[in-house]
Ligand binder design. Structure first.
Ligand SMILES: NC(=O)c1ccc[n+]([C@@H]2O[C@H](COP(=O)([O-])OP(=O)(O)OC[C@H]3O[C@@H](n4cnc5c(N)ncnc54)[C@H](O)[C@@H]3O)[C@@H](O)[C@H]2O)c1
Length: 433
């Protein structure tokens, strides 16, 4: 869409009057709000304009009176257009993206980074995350990057290095491990880590959910386009569902252990209910036991199978009691011999909390950076996948040093060049690399 059309659409959709500013960013909207870019404005670029990216862009613009979205990039025009339209409906005053700042294609990220944005939101499928984070830091941009941080161990090592570099350069790098910003969890974990149930020795956690969306193939889609539009189902793009989705529960488990890392894991998994070709090569269930150096244990179960019982929770057993946190509902702490504590405060939107914290920090010159922790939690998911796929017991250290790279280099992506899908992993046959 060219700039003229984009403005016409903007005016049509919002009743906005576009003033003839030389910057093209001086917009008077129907409700009379006039947002002028000034030296205090924080300009945001969105890379990956899907469901989460659109939400995150909105939350960024709501986090601070002087944050605006000025650039967008996506692999596909239709995804970018839909996101832009939805953002205009939600917060038109702050969506100042003209046609020259909308970029489509695999190199869209570079073009967004070449604009004068101060911060980028990285919400593409996970396979692009390490390269996008590196490029953003090289360009001197603050980052909000959705979880997971990578799909393989070399990617994790790159993100860990990037997070350290971001610190040195005074750049924020916030991950999308959103439960860390959820008020009931923040309050509950504080009590637990302060000893409400003694020393936590066992954590059991779940992410048992139903089937997810998929898109039927269109005649003009290349293999790459088909896979990219259905990225969840390809290990090389999503990491598998234990990394793309259940990683939240694994991170909640790790939080209960004071963020310590396990020494090894053993596990299982498979592809039982979701076996059609359209579901690519990922598994539909996993079970992992994480071993800690002092004998503590973490148990994780996740599945994406329809019409089965659901659970999304973390249960901790300690030397002085136990706790049961249903991720969306009840948060209960039960110390032995004492009455239970139930979380009863007023909840807030954790996604908004993330952005409020991120932008308040930038304003103060205190740059939020949880990049290393986020990469390590993602690595625990990758370790789970490795032990399930291979059937072997693997140490965290060996897993982190794995040389297995799942996908192409960032500059080798091409809509007309497919990437070979590996066979579904078979324990005992699939090798740890
Ligand atoms: N924290 C949470 O609760 C949460 C919730 C949902 C999704 N997520 C994460 O957010 C990320 C995105 O998920 P989603 O649900 O928005 O997926 P989505 O498919 O809706 O969005 C991904 C977008 O990225 C675009 N894209 C693909 N490759 C690209 C590239 N190379 N460059 C630019 N754009 C590209 C796609 O076209 C699409 O518009 C994933 O990592 C996912 O795990 C996190």
């Amino acid at each position: 869409m060219n700039q003229k059309n984009s403005r016409r659409q903007f005016v049509k959709k919002t009743g906005a009057t576009v003033l003839g500013s030389t910057l093209g960013f001086n917009i008077l909207t129907a409700n009379g709000y006039k947002h002028k870019i000034n030296s205090d404005t924080i300009k945001v670029g969105l890379i990956g304009c899907g469901g989460r990216g659109t939400g995150a862009a909105l939350q960024a613009t709501l986090a601070d009176p002087n944050v605006v979205l000025t650039a967008m990039g996506d692999a596909f025009q239709d995804r970018l257009d839909k996101s832009y339209d939805n953002l205009l409906i939600e917060n038109a005053d702050k969506i100042l993206v003209d046609g020259e700042h909308k970029f489509v294609g695999f190199d869209a990220y570079k073009k967004v980074l070449e604009t004068d944005v101060d911060l980028v939101i990285l919400t593409t499928p996970p396979c692009f995350r390490p390269a996008h984070i590196e490029a953003a830091i090289a360009a001197g941009k603050h980052i909000f990057a959705e979880k997971p941080m990578a799909v393989d161990a070399p990617g994790i090592r790159r993100v860990i290095a990037s997070a350290k570099l971001a610190k040195e350069k005074g750049l924020a790098l916030m991950s999308g491990f959103c439960w860390r910003h959820d008020t009931p969890k923040v309050d509950s974990y504080k009590r637990i880590l302060d000893g409400a149930i003694g020393d936590v020795h066992t954590v059991y956690n779940t992410y048992n959910t139903g089937a997810l969306w998929s898109h039927d193939r269109k005649a003009d889609w290349s293999d790459m386009e088909y896979q990219l539009r259905n990225w969840l189902y390809y290990t090389w793009m999503s990491g598998d569902h234990i990394i793309e989705q259940a990683i939240h529960s694994i991170d909640l488990m790790r939080w209960g252990f004071g963020d310590e890392l396990p020494i090894s894991a053993v596990g299982t998994g498979g592809r039982q209910a979701r076996t059609e070709a359209k579901y690519g090569n990922i598994y539909d269930h996993f079970a992992t036991v994480f071993e800690y150096a002092d004998g503590r244990k973490g148990f994780h179960i996740s599945r994406q199978q329809k019409d089965c019982s659901r659970a999304y929770h973390v249960e901790m057993l300690g030397s002085g009691g136990r706790s049961y946190l249903d991720v969306f509902r009840k948060h209960e702490i039960m110390p032995t011999g004492k009455s239970s504590w139930l979380w009863e405060g007023e909840n807030t939107n954790m996604y908004q909390n993330e952005h409020n914290t991120l932008f308040a920090g930038i304003r103060k010159g205190e740059y939020f950076n949880d990049g290393v922790r986020a990469a390590e939690s993602t690595m625990m998911g990758i370790l789970s996948r490795m032990v399930a796929y291979t059937g072997q017991t693997i140490t965290y250290e060996d897993a982190l040093n794995s040389q297995e790279v799942l996908g192409p280099n960032i500059d080798d992506y091409n809509m007309d060049k497919s990437w070979p899908m590996k066979d579904v992993a078979m324990p005992g046959i699939t090798k740890f690399v």
